[in-house]
Ligand binder design. Structure first.
Ligand SMILES: *[C@@H]1O[C@H](CO)[C@@H](O)[C@H](O)[C@H]1NC(C)=O
Ligand SMILES: *[C@@H]1O[C@H](CO)[C@@H](O)[C@H](O)[C@H]1NC(C)=O
Ligand SMILES: *[C@@H]1O[C@H](CO)[C@@H](O)[C@H](O)[C@H]1NC(C)=O
Ligand SMILES: *[C@@H]1O[C@H](CO)[C@@H](O)[C@H](O)[C@H]1NC(C)=O
Ligand SMILES: *[C@@H]1O[C@H](CO)[C@@H](O)[C@H](O)[C@H]1NC(C)=O
Ligand SMILES: *[C@@H]1O[C@H](CO)[C@@H](O)[C@H](O)[C@H]1NC(C)=O
Length: 236
């Protein structure tokens, strides 16, 4: 009985040992590195940080400012993603919504649209600061600025949706959600770069405040305080 028990313990131990050696072999295999200078490959690698990899690849590949393939690096792809967010950051749709709300004497929508416009200006300043920090290689600063931009961009559509759900407001909300999605992608790349450096094999989606979590870097995920809006639609 005792010897049966100890022999099964030994088999269990052997099994565990063999399993862990499999793990060691797997872990020892170097992750597939992107080819430096291959912008297409690097965009694919970087977009592993996005929760919608294929949409991310499409957006970045179609972006007008794809870096010179010869000197493309992961950092230049992050710059590209940030530029894509910056380019999409236009106040135009919110301005026309504000005009319509004022014409209709809709006080609540006017207030929300004004707040939204202010938020977008703040977001633009933070995005500009991000681009500046990236060119100086100040990754931590870039990460903070882009986080701030994203929280302004995320608060904006929810503020509008809370007061009105007609088709004009919905269209503006959809545009703003699309913008926040672009920013969320760029921020996820920045967080991965900050955590893992130039090793894209380990890149993966991270939680951003877009869905109510602050950068989940330790696997636990810490809830945001009330200073940031939470509870955005799933899908980003
Ligand atoms: C660039 O990377 C992509 C994806 O990894 C790959 O399919 C393609 O063959 C690469 N191109 C060159 C020129 O290396
Ligand atoms: C990449 O090369 C182009 C010219 O070929 C240059 O203008 C650009 O600044 C370079 N970018 C980086 C990040 O080195
Ligand atoms: C950028 O914003 C425009 C509206 O201003 C929108 O139609 C377009 O889909 C956005 N682009 C992306 C990639 O989200
Ligand atoms: C405007 O907002 C106030 C307070 O949030 C609310 O009581 C009121 O019903 C709203 N007015 C309209 C027309 O929705
Ligand atoms: C951000 O940078 C763009 C392009 O350089 C500039 O046109 C815009 O005025 C800047 N916006 C803010 C709010 O700093
Ligand atoms: C606007 O969006 C809300 C929430 O998604 C939806 O319930 C409503 O029917 C939409 N309004 C229009 C006019 O499509």
């Amino acid at each position: 009985m005792t010897s049966n028990l100890s022999s099964s313990l030994v088999s269990l131990l052997l099994l565990l040992l063999s399993l862990s050696s499999i793990n060691i072999i797997t872990a020892a295999r170097p992750p597939q590195q992107p080819v430096a200078g291959n912008a297409t490959g690097l965009i694919g690698e970087s977009c592993k940080a996005s929760r919608d990899t294929s949409a991310c690849v499409t957006t970045l590949s179609q972006s007008g400012v794809v870096p010179d393939p010869k000197n493309a690096t992961l950092l230049s792809i992050i710059q590209l993603a940030t530029q894509a967010s910056s380019k999409n950051l236009t106040a135009a749709t919110v301005s026309s919504l504000l005009d319509a709300a004022m014409a209709a004497k809709d006080v609540n929508l006017t207030t929300a649209a004004k707040g939204c416009l202010e938020g977008l200006i703040n977001a633009q300043q933070r995005t500009n600061a991000t681009i500046d920090a990236l060119t100086r290689g100040r990754m931590k600063d870039a990460r903070s600025w882009l986080s701030a931009a994203l929280s302004y961009e995320s608060g904006c559509p929810s503020g509008l949706a809370n007061v009105k759900q007609d088709s004009a407001t919905n269209a503006t909300v959809a545009t703003l959600n699309s913008l926040a999605g672009l920013t969320s992608n760029a921020l996820a790349m920045l967080v991965n770069y900050d955590n893992f450096g130039d090793k894209p094999g380990s890149w993966s989606p991270v939680q951003t405040e877009r869905n109510g979590f602050w950068e989940r870097v330790d696997g636990s995920g810490s809830k945001l305080g009330s200073a940031f809006p939470a509870g955005y639609p799933v899908g980003w």
